[in-house]
Design a protein around this ligand. Structure first.
Ligand SMILES: [Zn+2]
Length: 686
């Protein structure tokens, strides 16, 4: 529930586009290639037929892109996936061992991890159980006869994947020392309103596939074919109305507009059919005086819809969402139907192997229960120390850049520096691991385990209300190849999973590490100062600390970045959405600039000694570009452009570099080269 901004959602790739004419090869190594001396950059990935000044992404990664097509079971494949696969291999070893160990004491983390994975892998048991463990919940839904009973169902924290709206406890973004009850739009099976409302061919195709998916599931649940189709139509019609009342992704980014605190009494009056007092009571939140409403107009519409939609249709809606959330733990036919739909959405050719899906589910359910074992095997105290040192070097460099900006007033600079100095830093893994003692996991039913996990997570969230903020909590598990900034905590977080090659390599030169994990650290820091992050202060509170003039100057600079990215087009008629990706693009540009500034202070940068024919600064930019190497299926690319706040990898590389004179200089790029923007068109915020 916390508002975090991640480095990536493994949504970072691009097609290897043709179309750019091969231009003069740039610089060393000349053929024949001498044996590589340096560590951290694979020279064989470089495509010498592309000029670094025309398209640096394809120069740095072109040969890798040609030689590494997307595997059949993946939708994109790149440096993140390669590293993730290495982490998964470590996790698999841990899980297989835990599953084989039948002697673990009941109630211990070892027992839970082993049983969860074993049950998820036990396809025989899943097939023979059929709908046995689902039936009580289906019966409950079938028994809903009135609006009052629907309200009761919605209020029960045990209802799994219920729908209609989102609800939970989270940090109050205007009073960050308190937890608050939060409520907003939600409940769309397709996840994004545009899939319901747009009339282009792809959106229509996705709706058709969604309907097919629902129809086949309803049939598997026992409906006759015509009834199954009617029920699917009813769900799609209801979700379309919900989509019409929902905000789009660009509007959802606005932290001010999506913060609407109201009293419980007022909310109860404004959204009468949602029966908010009952929801609070059954969630153990009767003490709440206020609710932070994300999207008031949505809750108003949902309240009306809940009262006006036939109960029979709502039953189908609940039934669908119950099943759709747990297909992985149901007989194979359900998972296959789900995958057929995913294929339309992402273009995947093959389902991921069962062990990989079971592993991901175990990581999602109990990631901190075996995180310690993962960390013991895959993370060294030296990596943690080095990452800490780099964070402090970047913090110092950031401070210098803030003070050196020519557009920001002294008052705003003072607040910015306070915020920078207040960033909390988490590296590797939690100091205090999550307590799973109340979560019951068995070896008998994968489905029961999913329900138990969901209920435990809800309970874990609700019980925070009224307690002090848990500042030790992590939003990602240790093996995750990602990082995040959390604005209410004003913290930057780097799991052990990303502190490895190609992001960080203890054997590599500083250039590669500053271009890799350094740019990641700078990225997360810059989220604290991106178009939304800048709206909260050192304490994590939404508070406008900008002078009017500085605010206007920042906005003008950010708008310029928006236009730059709007112009990027990875596929015919598909353009990056500069407004949706604004925060991430600003973080990419600022992050690389700060990492570069910090790198300049190292002895290696000052000495300027070449490795494999490349200067330290050239290696810095090569190290940066290589983390974004990837191939991606066109369907997955379209999905990313529509729904993901991160730009495709080629623009995460070239976008920032096109604004950096330091890059032009490192590679001798000149006015007129594609990578060189005219002075008036460059954006420099930090
Ligand atoms: Zn980010």
């Amino acid at each position: 529930m916390s508002s975090t901004t991640t480095f990536s959602r493994l949504a970072l790739a691009t097609l290897g586009l043709g179309g750019l004419a091969a231009t003069t090869a740039f610089g060393p190594p000349t053929k024949p290639t001498p044996p590589q001396q340096g560590v951290g950059i694979n020279l064989a990935n470089i495509d010498q037929s592309v000029s670094p000044c025309e398209d640096f992404y394809h120069y740095a990664n072109g040969n890798w892109i040609k030689n590494n097509p997307v595997p059949a079971a993946e939708t994109r494949w790149g440096a993140f996936n390669e590293l993730q696969d290495r982490n998964i291999a470590v996790e698999k070893g841990i899980l297989v061992k835990a599953a084989a160990d039948r002697s673990a004491k009941a109630g211990t983390n070892e027992q839970k991890v082993g049983d969860f994975y074993a049950a998820a892998m036990d396809t025989m048991a899943i097939e023979s159980a059929g709908l046995k463990y689902l039936q009580p919940r289906l019966d409950k839904i079938a028994g809903l006869k009135s609006l009052g009973e629907i309200q009761q169902y919605m209020a029960d924290p045990k209802s799994y994947g219920t729908g209609w709206y989102s609800f939970g406890v989270r940090q109050d973004s205007k009073n960050s020392t308190q937890y608050a009850v939060s409520m907003g739009q939600g409940g769309l099976g397709l996840g994004d309103r545009d899939y319901y409302l747009k009339e282009d061919g792809r959106s229509k195709g996705i709706r058709a596939a969604y309907k097919t998916y629902m129809t086949s599931v309803f049939q598997m649940l026992g409906d006759a074919p015509s009834l199954a189709a009617t029920n699917a139509d009813a769900v799609l019609a209801l979700e379309t109305k919900m989509a019409q009342a929902s905000r789009g992704r660009v509007d959802l980014r606005d932290r001010i507009k999506n913060y609407n605190k109201t009293t419980v009494a007022q909310a109860a009056k404004d959204y009468p059919s949602l029966n908010i007092p009952l929801v609070l009571k059954d969630s153990g939140l009767s003490g709440a005086q206020d609710i932070i409403v994300g999207q008031p107009e949505y809750l108003a519409a949902a309240s009306n819809l809940m009262a006006s939609t036939p109960i029979a249709d709502q039953r189908q809606y609940f039934r669908w969402h119950l099943v759709e959330g747990v297909t992985s733990a149901l007989p194979k036919a359900y998972g296959d139907a789900s995958f057929r739909f995913q294929q339309v959405l992402t273009g995947a050719k093959q389902q991921q192997p069962r062990w990989k899906r079971a592993l991901r589910a175990t990581d999602g359910a109990l990631g901190e229960a075996f995180g310690q074992l993962y960390v013991d095997q895959a993370f060294s105290p030296a990596s943690k120390a080095k990452a800490k040192e780099m964070v402090e070097n970047l913090r110092k460099a950031y401070g210098e850049r803030i003070m050196a900006t020519d557009w920001m007033s002294a008052d705003t600079k003072k607040e910015a520096i306070q915020k920078l100095n207040a960033f909390a830093v988490k590296i590797g893994y939690p100091d205090k691991w999550k307590d799973y003692s109340k979560l019951k996991i068995n070896r008998t039913s994968a489905l029961q385990n999913l329900f138990a996990t969901s209920e435990w997570r809800t309970e874990d969230n609700l019980k925070k209300f009224g307690k002090p903020i848990d500042r030790g909590e992590w939003g990602m598990t240790p093996p995750t190849v990602n990082a995040y900034y959390n604005s209410s905590m004003n913290e930057i977080v780097f799991p052990a999973g990303i502190l490895q090659p190609p992001f960080y390599d203890p054997k590599a030169d500083d250039a590669v590490n500053y271009g890799g994990i350094g740019a990641v650290i700078g990225h997360e820091m810059t989220h604290g100062f991106d178009d939304q992050g800048r709206r909260s202060d050192a304490k994590g509170n939404l508070r406008d600390w900008w002078t009017k003039e500085d605010n206007e100057k920042f906005t003008a600079k950010a708008d310029m970045v928006g236009k730059q990215y709007d112009a990027f087009s990875p596929l015919d008629s598909v353009h990056v959405n500069g407004k949706l990706t604004m925060g991430e693009n600003l973080a990419d540009i600022g992050g690389l600039t700060i990492a570069y500034q910090a790198f300049q202070k190292t002895a290696e940068a000052k000495a300027g000694k070449k490795i494999d024919g490349f200067t330290p600064n050239q290696r810095f930019f090569l190290g940066f570009a290589q983390i974004w190497r990837a191939n991606q299926r066109p369907e997955a690319m379209r999905q990313q452009i529509q729904t993901d706040p991160h730009s495709p990898g080629q623009y995460r590389t070239n976008g920032p570099l096109m604004n950096m004179p330091e890059f032009y200089e490192a590679f001798g790029c000149k006015d007129g080269n594609k990578m060189v923007r005219a002075t008036a068109d460059r954006s420099r915020i930090w």
